[in-house]
Design a protein around this ligand. Structure first.
Ligand code: NAD
Length: 264
């Protein structure tokens, strides 16, 4: 049987280490035959990304700070040079000052609001525009979001506001690029212990709460996000665009604490 991603080339952005959601997705699509390029932020991450990329047979590893337009231009110029075309992009990037991922949203500073929106929202739009130029035969674009976009979650604060804007941008991009056969979707992942998540106040409590109260009565893994990403990035998802797909053990449908959940 032919592998689902055979002959497809894609860029994975946001790999920091083997706990990253980007890594769960990279493994799932590589196993199905995808050829991958990785972008990472800052020289310090290079030594972590290189061995992981090698594990999935990738040698295209490019530094890219998404806050810097010139850095984005250089990344896509490189991909155009080595590959010419691109079939998919995964954007697994978010950032906010961790001092504002606790306390009150209302106290968010102007500077951090702008930076959070720039790195966590605008960067996806900036990436999609550049990627689309390398997708003459269509493609699939994917970003990562969280339930804090839809409902107030403790400490998520400005990141929740940013994720709401990110989800709206997914719908606008889906319309803009749908005409040329490019799909754009988001996965709303349940809480997973990663580097980025460790910046959120009381994250362990949030993990435990989700475990005790989600319909599946457990948390999700990065590999489960990977499997759902495979569906959206491959031909299996060919009819799906503009979607925010929850991979959260069903937590998004919960109205109140489960009656069987112990106090924590
Ligand atoms: P992670 O720390 O492994 O990944 C975050 C990545 O963002 C890192 O690789 C970091 O280098 C990158 N990044 C930050 N600023 C950047 C910049 N200026 N330029 C380029 N890269 C930059 O954590 P993760 O949890 O795997 O996060 C991936 C995505 O998943 C994020 O969008 C996050 O909000 C989202 N998400 C995470 C969870 C969770 O519980 N972990 C849940 C839902 C959604």
């Amino acid at each position: 049987t032919t592998k689902l991603m055979a002959g497809k080339r894609g860029l994975i952005m946001g790999l920091a280490n083997d706990k990253s959601i980007a890594w769960g997705i990279a493994k799932a699509v590589a196993e199905q035959g995808a050829e991958l390029a990785f972008s990472y932020q800052g020289e310090a991450l290079k030594k972590r990304v290189e061995p992981l990329a090698a594990e999935v047979g990738s040698t295209e590893i490019v530094e890219c700070d998404v806050a810097d337009e010139a850095s984005l231009d250089a990344l896509f110029a490189h991909l155009e040079k080595v590959w010419g075309k691109l079939d998919f992009v995964v954007h697994a990037i978010g950032f906010s000052d961790k001092n504002e991922l606790r306390g009150r949203y209302v106290d968010t500073s102007s500077a951090n609001f702008r930076m959070t929106m720039d790195i966590s929202v605008y960067s996806f739009t900036a990436v999609c525009r550049r990627a689309a130029a390398l997708m003459p035969d269509g493609g699939s674009l994917l970003t990562l979001t969280y339930y804090g976009a839809e409902r107030v979650m403790p400490h998520y604060n400005v990141m929740g506001v940013a994720k709401a804007a990110l989800e709206a941008s997914v719908r606008y991009i889906a319309e803009d690029l749908g005409k040329v056969g490019i799909r754009c979707n988001a996965i709303s992942a349940g809480p997973i212990k990663t580097l980025a998540a460790s910046g959120i106040g009381d994250f362990r409590y949030i993990l435990k709460w989700n475990e005790l109260n989600s319909p599946l009565r457990r948390n999700v893994s990065q590999d489960e996000v990977g499997k759902s990403a495979l569906y959206l990035l491959s031909d299996l998802g060919s009819g799906v665009t503009g979607e925010v797909h929850h991979v959260d053990a069903g937590y998004h449908l919960v109205g109140m604490k489960a009656v069987d959940a112990p106090d924590i």
